[in-house]
Write a protein that binds this ligand. Structure first.
Ligand SMILES: *Cc1c(COP(=O)(O)O)cnc(C)c1O
Length: 424
């Protein structure tokens, strides 16, 4: 591929890009008085221009109505979370009653595991991916210990095979079958945060169910990145955060999914709070808890409206763009980036290894690049040129060209910058 061809591809793709106009909906940090090229939407998404007004509107209503805002605000706070059922359901492929926006990601995982990790003396193991995001591992290990089991025995971690960076799904499935009836739960990140590997959640769920285990997923790197069909896949529970691909601000309110088949399972233990109580009777302040049917019944506290206002502004953008188009463009961007990295690898004597899977169904928009020599320096030189990527010790640069605000031209600019850095 000649240099002309690679550049021409970017120009052409940007011209015909249906999502091009969305870039203007976001605020870019500046570097040398120019907007940066921002490839860290997988870590903290950019701020939509509409967010400020959305948050200010709630502050305004609070000022205007005080406590009456619960019912008088333009979006009454009492039922604020209900707006999210439809858009959040579309995002993860769920029925509206299967999702709720509440708390934060790791908190949601704990609340959901209270209901869905119910170990018994014979069935108590949790199977997960090795090198999961630390918070997930902490959560799972602490749940195991909370129930009086020993993680050494109860935690099964599936690692990539020797010399590989991604996990063979066969190994997951085989391990599920092997541990069989001792397995209580399979819990995996739908998209691995480090390698960008996308797991076949439908298949893993089906393997888990065959041995009678629950299947749960952390969708921090999946929600807003790839298309999901949690309902059809029969996933039991899932949770995700809103501040990565979903652009809802640092520490923003999170999401949770509970499959319809569990929605009314009143025998499931849960940690209850008043916001999960029968809505018609919430303010009667009765002593006994009656859960709302569906995911809403897992709510504990009243809605953090300021954070939810930012989330609402962002999901309005997702509603306009549509997940199908976004996912398609995200994969195309990362595919293009991989091709350009191949060109550089050839030209500069193989300085990288791409650890993200090549196949379209096994990745989203993130590409993880293992830099064989001086990775940290390469990363810092990119930053100095106004290209914001993400560094993971000891040797990986994660680059996420996100479909809402990155262009093919951005990917080309990354390639040019990297070419110059390697030629130094
Ligand atoms: C980002 C991320 C988290 C962060 O958890 P919070 O509770 O939102 O702080 C947890 N797990 C995974 C897989 C993540 O990618």
């Amino acid at each position: 591929m000649s240099n002309y061809d690679v550049k021409d591809f970017a120009l052409r793709e940007d011209l015909i890009d249906e999502l091009k106009e969305f870039q203007d909906k976001f605020i870019f940090p500046q570097h040398d008085k120019k907007p940066v090229i921002y490839f860290t939407g997988n870590s903290l998404g950019l701020q939509p221009r509409s967010t400020r007004d959305a948050v200010l509107a709630e502050l305004e209503d609070w000022g205007k109505y005080g406590v009456e805002g619960h019912f008088m605000a333009s979006s009454p706070w009492f039922s604020y979370h209900e707006w999210f059922h439809q858009p959040a359901a579309k995002l993860v492929g769920a029925l509206p009653g299967e999702v709720v926006v509440m708390n934060q990601l790791t908190s949601n995982l704990h609340f959901l595991m209270v209901s869905f990790y119910r170990p018994s003396p014979n069935r108590y193991k949790i199977l997960t991916e090795a090198k999961a995001f630390p918070s997930d591992r902490y959560a799972v290990v602490s749940q195991i210990k909370f129930h009086g089991f020993d993680p050494k025995d109860a935690l099964i971690e599936i690692a990539p095979r020797e010399g590989k960076h991604t996990i063979d799904e066969e190994d997951i499935n085989e391990a599920i079958a092997l541990h069989g009836e001792s397995l209580a739960m399979v819990f995996i990140g739908g998209v691995n945060y480090y390698s960008g590997q996308v797991f076949n959640m439908a298949s893993i769920t089906s393997w888990a169910h065959q041995v009678g285990a629950i299947a749960g997923f952390d969708l921090a790197h999946a929600a807003g990145n790839i298309e999901l069909h949690l309902h059809d896949w029969q996933v039991d529970f899932a949770a995700w955060c809103s501040y990565k691909y979903l652009n809802s601000g640092p520490g923003g309110v999170a999401g949770a999914f509970v499959h319809q088949k569990h929605a009314h399972a009143s025998h499931l233990p849960r940690f209850a709070g008043w916001w999960g109580h029968d809505k018609d009777r919430r303010f009667l302040m009765e002593p006994d808890f009656v859960p709302i049917g569906g995911a809403e019944g897992w709510q504990v506290s009243n809605a953090p409206v300021l954070s939810m206002a930012a989330h609402k502004a962002s999901l309005e953008i997702f509603e306009q763009a549509g997940m199908q188009k976004l996912s398609k463009k995200g994969k195309k961007l990362s595919g293009y980036l991989m091709r350009l990295l191949d060109v550089l690898n050839e030209k500069h004597g193989m300085p990288f290894e791409i650890i993200t899977p090549r196949e379209e169904h096994r990745r989203g928009c993130q590409v993880s690049i293992l830099v064989k020599k001086n990775g940290r320096q390469v990363f810092e030189k990119l930053t100095a040129r106004g290209i914001i990527a993400d560094w993971r010790e000891p040797d990986v640069i994660r680059v996420a060209p996100v479909p809402l605000y990155n262009s093919f031209g951005d990917v080309y600019a990354f390639y040019e910058a990297l070419d110059a850095i390697l030629s130094d």
